[in-house]
Design a protein. Structure first.
Length: 268
């Protein structure tokens, strides 16, 4: 009997270790769900939307989409999209802002939607810098830039706001405190604290931002618990605003006219 118990326990331990090892090896495939199809800006049906190219510090040429603002008085949104997404989704989500005169720079990450390279935390930070520097080189002042991050895009958005501290605003949609916390929520059985390579420590960085902050989330979010957004908001310095969407989930905030709510705060 004891021998059977030992065999069972040994098999269970072996399977657990094998599963954790596989998760460690495959973690970036699990974290970054990047499609390989490059969309055309014509499909977005936005007049004046053009494909642009930026060069990262490590030599990658990445494409993004740019739409000039209606006038120099209107800011431009640099948008870092969520996971399993791409800039065509960004362009669709940005249409209410564009209709109200905002410019758009839809950033596409390395390894996503036909871009070269493979996504990593530090790599995506390089991508973010390249897009913001392109915008500045094309005549947009830092205080005319709004950085918008959604879900995993809040990682590069927060990092950019620590490096560029005169932004018009930082908007964080469905933010997480850290990738480690998010992974621990979804995989409580795994020692993610010791395994995760890309950590996106938003909560540790948020105290260093100087730009006005807007945090927005749905209170029924099943992917990133709204408690994470609460912690980000609580730790952030003033000025800051919180928008809670009752009954909003992770991917349906547009159904609750979230852009109008954000623009209302931006216009204050």
């Amino acid at each position: 009997m004891m021998r059977k118990v030992l065999i069972f326990v040994g098999s269970a331990v072996f399977l657990y270790v094998a599963l954790v090892a596989l998760m460690f090896l495959m973690q970036r495939n699990m974290m970054y769900m990047a499609g390989d199809q490059k969309p055309s800006p014509e499909l977005a049906d936005i007049t004046g939307l053009e494909e642009i190219s930026v060069k990262t510090a490590d030599g990658l040429s990445l494409y993004g989409w740019h739409k000039k603002p209606l006038s120099p008085d209107h800011p431009t949104i640099v948008w870092f999209h969520g996971n399993a997404s791409h800039i065509r989704v960004t362009a669709e989500r940005a249409k209410p802002y564009i209709r109200n005169g905002y410019g758009l720079l839809a950033a596409e990450y390395r390894g996503y939607a036909g871009n070269p390279g493979a996504p990593t935390e530090n790599g995506i930070y390089k991508d973010g810098r390249a897009f913001i520097e392109w915008l500045k080189a094309n005549g947009v002042a830092e205080n005319d830039i709004i950085v918008y991050g959604e879900s995993i895009g809040t990682g590069p958005a927060v990092q950019m706001a620590t490096e560029y501290q005169r932004l018009r605003a930082l908007v964080l949609e469905s933010p997480f405190t850290s990738a480690t916390d998010a992974a621990a929520f979804h995989y409580p059985f795994a020692p993610v604290k010791w395994l995760l390579k890309d950590r996106y420590e938003n909560i540790a960085k948020i105290t260093n931002i100087k730009s006005p902050l807007i945090v927005v989330y749905g209170d029924k979010d099943r992917i990133i618990p709204h408690a994470f957004g609460d912690k980000i908001f609580q730790e952030a310095p003033e000025p800051k605003s919180l928008i809670v969407i009752p009954d909003g989930d992770h991917n349906n905030l547009d159904q609750f006219h979230v852009s109008e709510k954000i623009m209302s705060v931006l216009s204050e």
